[in-house]
Write a protein that binds this ligand. Structure first.
Ligand code: R7I
Ligand code: MG
Ligand code: MG
Length: 329
């Protein structure tokens, strides 16, 4: 499809869900042989096996909140979104949320909260979380707002409800911009795609907070964050990885079945990296889905994943909203 076509919207939202559901199998694994990935994926196609449904995790649960909030409010409303996050967590607390963010979600449930951004600011001794939880749920902002300045502004605010460290919310901006550019067809010229992202992020990160927080992460790494968590739970260590997966898999790659198209390659490759596989595959899936469109997604995969059909329906609604907003100016 052309820029911002319905197929791209559907591809982005559905492939994000698939990445999460399919990637959950390997989350936290240190090394994942490609053979295991391909086995897992071919199991999805074998319907006689009756795999049942692969459940989605916090990545999709929170993305769904963002989608519902944007659709219901026809734009960004931090109170509404905060309420939805809190409600979703209290209804289904077992979706694999990060350890820190649970505190925020509990505080967001409190009715006498005057500033919805405050609980996020109190995280990690007042520095805020640098986790990738803001980035994992950010694609809907790119699928709602045609204007790039709006994508950046609302991706940032949406992430700040749980992630007030600049590494956390800037990761969300980067991921949203990647979906935004992919939706316009920018991955047809990969080098230009990367340069656009770098140019945008240089502007976003040109301030004291961003420079300061980058140092904090280096410090935290020394304090064994990485060895404790495995790679990838920091936004800084997963959003660029997700973008890399998409770029790397634009072409056929050795070790991956020739029958695979680019979207299948992207998901497979994301899983084989190990670490935060559900989140990296979710983010890579959203970017790749915006590029390849819904036709590139195997039906058998869609059938296996909880929430994939819903995502498809919601993609159509976002598509409508996006084009309404772009006409309204
Ligand atoms: O970022 P977040 O929502 O977690 C998302 C991840 C994804 O992989 C999901 O699929 C799910 O598995 O979780 O949750 P946070 O709790 O804000 O951050 C995740 C983890 O990063 C925390 O539990 C901490 O271990 C670590 N972390 C920090 N550690 C030290 N100092 C995040 N920020 C800090 C920090 O400032
Ligand atoms: Mg998860
Ligand atoms: Mg994860």
């Amino acid at each position: 499809g052309g820029p911002a076509s319905l197929s791209r919207f559907r591809g982005a939202l559905v492939a994000g869900v698939l990445g999460d559901c399919i990637g959950g199998e390997f989350e936290g694994a240190e090394e994942v042989p490609m053979e295991s990935v391909l086995q897992h994926l071919s199991g999805l196609e074998d319907e006689t096996k009756g795999n049942g449904v692969l459940e989605y995790s916090d990545d999709t649960a929170m993305t769904r909140c963002v989608v519902q909030s944007l659709l219901t409010r026809a734009g960004f409303d931090e109170q509404d979104l905060a309420r939805r996050f809190a409600k979703e967590y209290s209804t289904s607390p077992g979706r694999g949320y990060g350890n820190g963010v649970i505190q925020v979600l509990k505080k967001l449930s409190s009715s006498q909260l005057s500033d919805v951004y405050q609980p996020a600011r109190d995280q990690f001794n007042g520095r805020g979380s640098f986790g990738n939880g803001g980035a994992m749920r950010t694609a809907p902002f790119a699928l709602t707002f045609p204007d790039r300045a709006d994508v950046k502004r609302f991706a940032r605010l949406g992430a700040m409800l749980t992630h007030s460290c600049s590494l956390g919310y800037n990761g969300a901006i980067l991921q949203a911009l990647a979906v935004h550019f992919s939706l316009q067809g920018a991955l047809d010229l990969p080098l230009q795609f990367i340069n656009s992202l770098i140019a945008e992020m240089e502007e976003v990160e040109d301030n004291k907070d961003a420079r300061n927080d980058a140092r904090i992460l280096k410090e935290a790494e020394k304090q064994e964050v990485i060895s404790e968590l495995g790679n990838g739970i920091a936004a800084l260590h997963s959003v660029p990885t997700a973008i890399f997966c998409v770029l790397h898999c634009l072409q056929p790659r050795e070790g991956l079945p020739e029958s695979y198209g680019g979207l299948e390659r992207t998901i497979a490759y994301s899983l084989a990296l190990g670490g935060d596989t559900d989140t990296i595959a979710c983010m890579a899936g959203a970017i790749a889905g915006a590029h390849y469109g819904i036709e590139a997604i195997p039906q058998s995969w869609i059938r296996c994943c909880e929430g994939a059909e819903d995502a498809d329906v919601n993609a159509e609604r976002l598509h409508k909203l996006y084009h309404q907003l772009s006409q309204g100016g």
